[in-house]
Write a protein that binds this ligand. Structure first.
Ligand code: PEP
Length: 248
C-alpha cells in the first residue's frame, strides 16, 4: 500500500520570519495522519523549519542540492549540509531548474544518485512543455527524461524515489491537466518503471501529479489509481489551503 504524499513547494517565497509564522499556523491545524506531509522550503528557512516542526509529523524538504559533498562550488548546497539539518526530501529536476537554470538530465541523474547515497529521498520531477503536449510527444519526453535521470538507480533504491509528473504548461498557470490525462501519464510512468525494474518495485514507487493543484481539485486527482500524491506550489503557501490539500 503506497502512503499518499502531499508536498508544498514554496519556491523562492518566505523569509525565515514568515516561515516560522506559517509553520506555526500549519502545525496548529488538524491534519490527516494518513498522508505523508512535506513542506519544501528555501534553504535559508530549512534550519528554522526543522526546529519548528520537531514535534510534528510534518517533514521538511529542500528544493535542490548539488551532488558533491564539499568543495569549490560557489553558491551550491551539498547533501551533507542537508543531512546535518535533518532534511528528509529534496526536489531534483524541477522544471524551473531545468528551464531557467538549464539543468541537464545527466546532472539530474548525478543528483538523484547522490541524494539516495546520503539517505535523502529525491522528489524527481519530469514533464512535457505545451508544444510537446500539442504534438502528442508527452510520453516520449517523459520516457527519455526518466531513463536518463534514473540511470544506475538500483531495484532496491527505486522505491526511495518519489516521481512528480508535472506538465510544464500546468505549473503556476492555473491550468490543471484533467484528472484523466494526469492518470494516463502517471500510469505510463508506472508501466515504464515495470520495464526498467519489475512490477513489484514499480508498485512501490509513489508518483505525484503537480500543476495548479488546489483544494478544489485535489480530491479528484487523488482518486486516481496511479496518482499517490501532489506536488503543490501556489496553493501550499497559506495554512488553510495547505490543510485542505492534506485533508483531501
Ligand atoms: C510546483 O511548484 O511544482 C507546482 C506544481 O506549482 P503550482 O502548484 O503553483 O502549479
Amino acid at each position: 500500500m503506497r502512503k499518499p504524499i502531499i508536498a508544498g513547494n514554496w519556491k523562492m517565497n518566505k523569509t525565515v520570519t514568515e516561515t516560522i509564522a506559517l509553520l506555526k499556523e500549519i502545525s496548529s491545524k488538524d491534519l490527516s495522519k494518513n498522508v505523508e506531509k512535506v513542506v519544501i522550503v528555501p534553504f535559508t528557512s530549512a534550519y528554522s523549519a526543522v526546529k519548528e516542526l520537531k514535534n510534528t509529523d510534518i517533514k521538511v524538504g529542500c528544493q535542490n542540492m548539488y551532488f558533491e559533498e564539499s568543495g569549490a562550488y560557489t553558491g551550491e548546497i551539498s547533501p551533507l549540509m542537508l543531512n546535518d539539518l535533518g532534511i528528509d526530501y529534496v526536489i531534483i529536476g524541477h522544471s524551473e531548474r531545468r528551464e531557467i537554470f538549464k539543468e541537464s538530465d545527466s546532472l539530474i541523474n548525478k543528483k538523484v544518485l547522490s541524494a539516495i547515497e546520503h539517505s535523502i529521498n529525491p522528489i524527481l520531477c519530469c514533464g512535457e512543455t505545451l508544444e510537446e503536449r500539442e504534438n502528442n510527444r508527452q510520453e516520449d519526453k517523459v520516457k527519455s527524461q526518466l531513463i536518463e535521470d534514473l540511470k544506475n538507480i538500483s531495484k532496491d533504491d527505486i522505491e526511495k524515489v518519489v516521481i512528480a509528473y508535472e506538465p510544464i504548461w500546468a505549473i503556476g498557470t492555473g491550468k490543471t491537466a484533467s484528472s484523466d490525462d494526469a492518470e494516463e501519464m502517471c500510469k505510463f510512468i508506472r508501466d515504464l518503471l515495470v520495464e526498467l525494474y519489475d512490477s513489484k518495485s514499480a508498485s512501490k514507487v509513489r508518483i505525484q501529479y503537480g500543476g495548479s493543484v488546489k483544494p478544489e481539485n485535489v480530491s479528484e486527482i487523488m482518486s486516481k489509481d496511479n496518482i499517490d500524491g501532489a506536488l503543490v506550489g501556489g496553493a501550499s503557501l497559506k495554512a488553510d489551503s495547505y490543510a485542505s490539500l492534506i485533508n483531501f
